[in-house]
Design a protein. Sequence first.
Length: 506
Amino acid sequence: MCGMPSAETTRASVHEPDPVPPTKEDPVAAAGSELFGGPLGRRALTGTSWWTPVRVVALVAIGMFALGMVQKLPCYDGAWFFGASSQYTHACYSDIPHLYQGRGFADGLVPYFDKLEGDMEYLEYPVLTGVFMEVAAWLTPGSGSIQDQEQVYWMVNAGMLMACTAVIAVCVTRTHRRRPWDGLLVALAPAFALTATINWDLLAVALTAAAMLMWSRSRPLAFGVLLGLATAAKLYPVLLLGPLLVLCWRAGRWRAFGTGLLGAAGAWLVVNLPVMLLAPEGWSKFYTFSQERGVDFGSFWLILSQRGDTALDTDTVNTWASVLMLLSCAGVAALTLAAPRRPRFAQLAFLIVAAFILTNKVYSPQYVLWLVPLAVLARPKWRDFLIWQACEVAYFLGIWMYLAYTTSGDAHKGLPQEGYQLAIAVHLLGTLYLCAVIVRDILMPERDVVRRSGEDDPSGGVLDGAPDVFVVGPAARPPRHAAHLDGPYVEWGAREGAGGREPGSL
């Protein structure tokens, strides 16, 4: 065969391809495997021992998380507490110990209900994250100095976040049944280990990864409940409903989408409604803070602000950022409906979250955690993943060196403003690069490494192998083939049986 099947072929083949060993198809993975004895041989016995892919990936992820904790040791031993710039020069900053006292947990204040002293009147995190923080505070002894308490609080949170890491690793490994070893990309991601304990983002990431797993198993209600909980912990997971809506539109799977949407709304309301009714001012702080926050670290808006003559007005930035995000959503929707084959859910999930990150007025270094599992599911290619990770590590070092420069007084230890702007540009270009290769995979599906094994959309659940019922533009015509590709192909089509309806076109 020399190309992908046309839009006139039938449903997915019943042939079940064998699991895909990455050392057989990825030269970077094959080269890296030389450290552990070389690529997997054809006579190797897989699945016959305790060391299954899921267990190996989970243990590697926990090990890398532990190394990330070790990287924070200079701060744990004193840099968090003595000297303004030492936590930046050691690149080991974390919000967790600082907010133990700064958000009233040390004083036993109840998040959202009790007012705080200082500029921040209430806790500025979504409710489920606030619950996570409060549970960690309950597990932190109130005896000893405040430094001792903050150290224990960080350690308790690190233990809870390590459990989230294991959940992420297991869910990503199991989402693509025939590509379990792709989970090693999550486990070995350097930016993941470096940023895992900066903040509480891993809670939302774990819930989102679990939601993706449930959708891949055709369980839309469980998907919706988990995604609603993830949105109650961080705002970004709700973005996944957008591309899923368009995918279900193209495939005519409205019932599954409606079930997921109702589950998400119900779970979000169960978490938020009590606080919303009993402490409305505290509950709304996250949303008002996000709206009122000015241009901040990591965004291209900061480069524009620093290189311009005047600071950018917050309302203006909010408007333009919203416009850019809406245009990105429209672009993803058009790509979904016009692509020669229906894009995979993970591909669109990555693109929409990446668009939010690229257009947002702030990019904290831990936001990379949002993208890591989605990137692995969307583009499990070691070369591209490591290029992106290198860019994110460069930004991780850049922001701390810039803060070291701005807090070291006349000593000027660290990275000046121009250097930090370069670090931001590297982050932006790295993310755009990964977006570009994913868009290429969508437009040229024969280049998609996941589909080379003969699958359609292993993370798509009810969408996997489903025929189209509505497409526009190029999708209504046979796809152009950009490359010769050897290997199995999924028989994927656009008709529901001999007498089924054909896709609409505009």
